[in-house]
Ligand binder design. Structure first.
Ligand SMILES: [Zn+2]
Length: 226
């Protein structure tokens, strides 16, 4: 009973904060839009390349208004920010694609959330943003789609009940759904990249399944390690 009461209070508090978040700018708290024109003007318009193990492009540094946008969208359900975040990711995807020598259709493969995060939020925010980014890139003239080919593998699922061929497709935390990605220009996408360990692990899982990864694109990156 007490547990149920606590859950109700927690849910109400979260919904209340979500209402507040949806009526004020995430950057400066000004009432009105989820992001005001002034804060939107602070979003970088040029993607940058980070010297990671794999070629990685990011739309903005993980700081100031972009960091607030990602967190409000992810943890407070401010879906009105999906379009703006899709624009930022779209610029990173575009830059990644322009730096590639191939011209095959682009397929974005989102890095999936942990099962606990998915359960708590009730949605896959990176997938939602990737869909917008694909539209942004397609509208600029490069065919681009999204394939949710990566799956998170629980520790207990890694070896139990799998054939040898299935096991070969699993690398660390990720598995790969079968699909026709081989003739595509695959770009792995995520919201935030910090150390790059998760994205590198995801790329290795795709490569272990025979899928070549052209590059990685994310909305925001912490300071580049050069
Ligand atoms: Zn603002």
């Amino acid at each position: 009973m007490i547990t149920r009461f606590v859950q109700v209070v927690q849910t109400s508090a979260r919904e209340y904060s979500d209402v507040i978040f949806s009526r004020q700018c995430v950057g400066c708290d000004r009432l009105g839009k989820v992001i005001c024109d002034n804060c939107r003007s602070l979003i970088p318009t040029l993607a940058q390349q980070r010297d990671a193990h794999y070629e990685l492009w990011f739309g903005a540094p993980y700081e100031s208004v972009v960091r607030e946008m990602i967190n409000a969208h992810k943890d407070h359900g401010v879906r009105a920010l999906t379009q703006d975040l899709g624009m930022v990711l779209g610029r990173a995807v575009w830059s990644a694609a322009m730096s590639s020598s191939t011209t095959r259709p682009i397929v974005l493969v989102p890095i999936p959330p942990h099962a606990t995060s998915l359960q708590r939020r009730g949605r896959d925010t990176v997938f939602e943003i990737a869909m917008k980014a694909a539209r942004v890139v397609s509208d600029r003239g490069m065919p681009c789609s999204v394939a949710p080919s990566l799956i998170r593998i629980h520790e207990t699922q890694r070896s139990a009940g799998k054939s040898v061929s299935e096991r070969r497709e699993v690398h660390g935390s990720f598995g790969v759904r079968p699909g026709k990605l081989i003739l595509s220009r695959v770009i792995a996408v995520d919201d935030i990249v910090t150390t790059g360990a998760t994205t590198n692990e995801a790329v290795r899982a795709l490569q272990a399944a025979g899928i070549g990864v052209d590059s990685i694109a994310c909305i925001a990156s912490t300071a580049a390690r050069r």
